[in-house]
Design a protein around this ligand. Structure first.
Ligand SMILES: Nc1ncnc2c1ncn2[C@@H]1O[C@H](COP(=O)(O)OP(=O)(O)OP(=O)(O)O)[C@@H](O)[C@H]1O
Ligand SMILES: [Mg+2]
Length: 314
């Protein structure tokens, strides 16, 4: 549905984005994850036709964004970083105005309006001036204007920015409900947002993509080795050598702050669970727990966006 190839944008000598390529399938939700200044907004502005690219191509819903910008715009709903609101209109006046400039009229305008109001939970404020709304409600109005023409593709620049925790959950639910019918790209620096809502994550840093994968696969990519934690009841009789001598085990450490808990590192692809469990039982150490340790996306993110380490090493 969206295919971006070798997209670059330069401001003078400065490359805001450099050689970016990724794709999003129909019905998929993709997170653009990166720190401030990474190039998320720049990429979104190019995809929505608000800014030209210096080089590269992008297709949205089968149309080239540079050759057929109007066709692309018809199929895109865009929530910019700063929602484009007219503060002296009421919510209802504003949304109807936006619906009309997006080409809706009559029954299509009414149903688009009602559905956007319902999806964004704006029923109680339709008659209020946008100027008098709280920031979270303004954000919802911004989201409603992006949805009103029921676009195939939604591009949402930090959609939960400025919302309270309850509203964040509501907006995430809303975005999740768009999955399948709509194709969504959203940007965020909030890592749990990417894991909570998206099937695919593009991590971008200093204008370049450092990783593209599912949240789960990104976590497992990071660890060169696999790790298991186990807890035993009889720490006094534990013999580390017996565990270290198992084939595939590379390291054994105590889990900090947890008496009787240890972490075993093994070579990649080596499953020692069965042998380890037998060893613990045969030696009478009292196996209480055994679990695999996964790396959180936070760790991947920090790893991928620090100076020293790039995705090449992963
Ligand atoms: N019009 C412009 N002129 C010059 N530099 C620009 C312009 N627009 C963006 N940039 C630069 O391009 C880089 C990428 O900016 P962008 O807004 O895309 O980042 P972002 O990932 O959206 O960051 P944030 O998380 O803070 O919103 C930044 O260094 C920014 O200063
Ligand atoms: Mg931005």
């Amino acid at each position: 549905m969206i295919c971006v190839k070798n997209l670059s944008k330069r401001y003078g000598d400065f490359a805001a984005i450099h050689d970016i390529s990724f794709s999003v399938d129909k019905g998929e939700i993709l997170a653009f994850l990166g720190p401030n200044g990474a190039g998320k907004t720049t990429t979104m502005r190019i995809l929505t036709g608000f800014a030209p690219a210096t080089s590269g191509t992008a297709m949205v819903a089968g149309f080239d964004i540079f050759e057929n910008p109007m066709e692309v715009k018809r199929r895109i709903g865009y929530l910019p970083e700063h929602p484009p609101l007219y503060l002296d209109l009421t919510v209802s006046e504003y949304l109807k105005f936006v619906g009309k400039i997006k080409g809706l009229s009559g029954q299509r305008l009414t149903s688009g309006f009602n559905s956007a109001i319902e999806k964004c939970n704006l029923g109680d404020v339709t008659g209020r001036l946008i100027n008098n709304l709280s920031r979270g409600y303004r954000q919802r109005v911004g989201l409603a204007q992006s949805l009103i023409h029921d676009p195939e593709v939604l591009i949402l620049d930090e959609p939960t920015n400025g919302l309270d925790p309850k509203q964040i959950i509501e907006i995430r639910d809303l975005i999740q409900n768009l999955k399948g019918e709509h194709t969504v790209i959203l940007s965020t620096h909030i890592l749990p947002e990417a894991t909570a809502v998206c099937q695919k994550v593009v991590i971008i840093n200093k204008g370049q993509i450092v990783a593209v994968d599912s949240p789960e696969r990104l976590s497992s990519q990071l660890s060169h080795s696999e790790r298991l934690a186990f807890t035993i009841a009889k720490k006094e009789s534990f013999n580390a050598q017996k565990v270290l001598s198992l084939a595939g085990v590379t390291r054994l450490t105590e889990e900090p702050g947890k008496a009787g808990s240890f972490i075993v590192e093994t070579q990649q692809g080596c499953d020692v669970r069965e042998k380890l469990a037998c060893t613990i039982v045969e030696n009478g150490w009292g196996l209480l727990e055994m679990r695999p340790l996964t790396v959180s996306l936070e760790e991947v993110f920090l790893h991928l966006t620090t100076e020293e380490k790039g995705v090449q090493e992963v």
